[in-house]
Design a protein around this ligand. Sequence first.
Ligand SMILES: [Zn+2]
Length: 132
Amino acid sequence: MVRQKKHRLIQRAPSFGGFIPYGMQHTSSGEVNLTFEEYEAFTLCDYELLKHEEAAQLMGVSRPTFTRIYSSARKKLAQALVEVAAIRIGGGRIEMATSWFHCLDCDVDFNSDSDKEVRCPLCSGGRINKNW
Ligand SMILES: [Zn+2]
């Protein structure tokens, strides 16, 4: 029987699709695909400076699993920088830790634990997009 991979929790998906090396429209090295969970692992450790144990808890995975995801992210980012490859961010098995919403009235993003009858915390508007 094939074991199903568990979803990894991420706090927020990046609002962009990746990076292209400066001054290059087309790279000869192609592109590197960084999954959402790899992006999250890299963000938690190298940007937010969390310890592996803390980051693993936030993502809902064991520490060895976290270390494997993080190592894969570092390896891919190094490959992209050294080989001048584009970085595409997407894919993977993820679950959002909280639901994100966008208010169409005042153009603000916010999160909420509830999915029902969400209203904007700033303008109380009800024209809301979920997980934009
Ligand atoms: Zn609003």
